[in-house]
Design a protein around this ligand. Structure first.
Ligand code: BES
Ligand code: MN
Ligand code: ZN
Length: 508
């Protein structure tokens, strides 16, 4: 990942290949900012007087001052001051980073946004204003610069040129707070990078055993415990859902258990469960071939949980966190499970497999019932579970369901703060009868409509006596188009959301 750092210095003394200064569009603010820039930078009046830049969102104007340590200073439009928010700063920082790449810069710097405007904004920057600004700016740049290019041979590598981003403050106390935020963001973004790398990796690189290997590697490096159950142990535990789905694959399943101990036992235990289907062909109920390659990312829930474990361990969060990942491929062949098969899960309940493509819930059933062993205060599962959720919410909201309003509210707030937003769908009793089976405790599919909800109703049958939230990330984890600071492909969604949730949990 790019190196993120911060520095207490001035506009003219900052030395980078390109330094970005944010400019607002509002007439009066614009005039004041430009006047200030003109008095501090020498020899840059002509382009400013040409009337080609007005501070509108994403507008760029490059200046080449005679008296600054940075040869290029980019004025970057931030739009209207009333639109200012942490999310707008994340985006703006990503635009600046992209401009740096366009300029083939190796080192770039960003000057803090105008403190007078920050002080006057009505937007909620949280309790540590400049700390949160530091986090947002660092996240925008780092996440915006992500590129998955490891498989291109040398000439085709389209990776970004920017290797270092420095966040500048001209005030000592602000600089200190920004520095703190940047440090936290570095750790969180490396968690998101890990999640994105795991998602984007092809199925011939990431399969159950190699996914477990990557979790182990992170655990060894950042000091959290990782235990991996092999097929034999999974059979011994009678995880019939995981075994059933894995049956059609030449590669054996794994069940990954991660634990970050946390120093404060009064904070209890948070269990995170991630769907780890490293490739989903649909099985015997095979998917159409168009876009099937995307299903290498059907382990995005697992990726989010592993990335979160890494970041939580590095941040030394005081709460105990357990991560559970059932990992398997969903393929087809002579040994594959078939429609009509009946599976017996870890908790002894049975499910009728009506459609082998509804495999995520089958493996989550085992993991969710296994979670009870930890006497959790809350269990949160993340899964690319249903196409129906993508139909309902598109790519800008994660579907959320659960049995506890307080926990869902906490996640909703974390979603707003991180902009990894969640949206609740109902779990009315009426949906339950849609997955009744004639031959087993439950059937793994319902009728066509309300698919995201019936999937959650299925999971509900397997939860223990704990507070539970289910996050369907099918639309938010897999992006068919780039967003402001996420390229096309795996978004790494969940890491920032969960770390925010866990940081607030730790404050209680
Ligand atoms: N992994 C898919 C869900 C999915 C679809 C994720 C599109 C991301 C993008 C899941 O295993 C699946 O196939 N679900 C089925 C369920 C159906 C058979 C009830 C679906 O959504 O079509
Ligand atoms: Mn499927
Ligand atoms: Zn799937």
């Amino acid at each position: 990942m790019v190196t993120l750092q911060s520095k207490y210095t001035t506009l003219t003394k900052t030395k980078a290949d390109m330094l970005t200064v944010f400019v607002f569009e509002d007439k009066n603010i614009y005039k004041r900012q430009i006047k200030n820039i003109k008095t501090r930078l020498k020899g840059i009046s002509a382009p400013l007087d040409a009337g080609i830049f007005s501070g509108k969102e994403q507008e760029r104007l490059m200046l080449y001052p005679l008296n600054s340590a940075s040869k290029r200073i980019l004025l970057l439009g931030l739009g209207k001051a009333e639109k200012l928010s942490l999310e707008q700063l994340r985006r703006a920082s990503a635009w600046a980073a992209k401009a740096g790449t366009d300029q083939k810069a190796t080192t770039i710097a960003l000057l803090e946004p105008d403190p007078d405007i920050i002080a006057k904004t009505t937007s909620d920057f949280g309790d540590s204003v400049w700390g949160n600004i530091g986090i947002a700016l660092a996240e925008g740049a780092a996440l915006g610069l992500y590129a998955y290019d490891k498989y291109f041979s040398r000439e085709l590598k389209k990776g970004n040129t920017v290797k270092q981003v420095t966040f500048i403050s001209e005030n000592k106390s602000r600089a200190k707070q920004i520095a703190k935020g940047v440090h936290i963001a570095q750790v969180i973004c490396e968690g998101t990078y890990l999640a994105r790398d795991l998602e984007n990796a092809p199925g011939n690189e990431i399969y159950p055993d190699s996914l477990a290997g990557r979790a182990r590697e992170s655990g060894r490096k950042y000091k959290f415990n990782v235990t991996v159950f092999d097929e034999k142990k999974i059979r011994k535990l009678r995880m019939g859902g995981l075994l059933g789905v894995a049956q059609g694959s030449a590669k054996p399943p794994r069940f990954i258990v991660m634990e970050h101990k946390g120093k404060n036992s009064r904070l209890g235990t948070v269990v995170l469960v991630g769907k780890g289907v490293t490739f989903d062909s649909g099985g015997i109920s095979i998917k159409p071939s168009a876009n099937m390659a995307e299903m290498k990312m059907d382990m995005s829930g697992a990726a989010a949980v592993i990335g979160t474990m890494q970041a939580a361990a590095r941040l030394k969060l005081p709460v105990r966190i357990v991560g559970l990942v059932p990992a398997t491929e969903n393929l087809l062949g002579g040994a594959a499970m078939k429609p009509g098969d009946i599976l017996t899960h870890y908790n002894g309940k049975t499910s009728e497999v009506d459609n082998t493509d509804a495999e995520g819930r089958l493996i989550l059933a085992d993991a969710l019932s296994y979670a009870s062993r930890y006497r959790p205060d809350v269990v949160i599962d993340l899964a690319t579970l249903t196409g129906a959720c993508v139909v309902a919410l598109g790519n800008y909201a994660t579907g959320m369901m659960g049995n506890n309003d307080e926990m869902m509210h906490r996640l909703k707030l974390s979603g707003e703060r991180t902009y990894e937003r969640v949206w609740q769908l109902p779990m009315f009793d009426e949906y339950e009868k849609l997955i009744k089976s004639d031959v087993a405790d439950v059937k793994n599919v319902g009728p066509r409509w309300g698919g995201a909800i019936t999937a959650a109703m299925f999971l509900k049958k397997f939860i223990g006596n704990y507070k539970w939230v289910h996050l369907d990330i099918a639309g938010t984890a897999i992006l068919e188009e780039a967003q402001d600071y996420a390229p096309k492909g795996g978004s790494g969604v969940g890491v920032r959301l969960l770390i925010d949730f866990l940081r607030y949990w730790s404050k209680d």
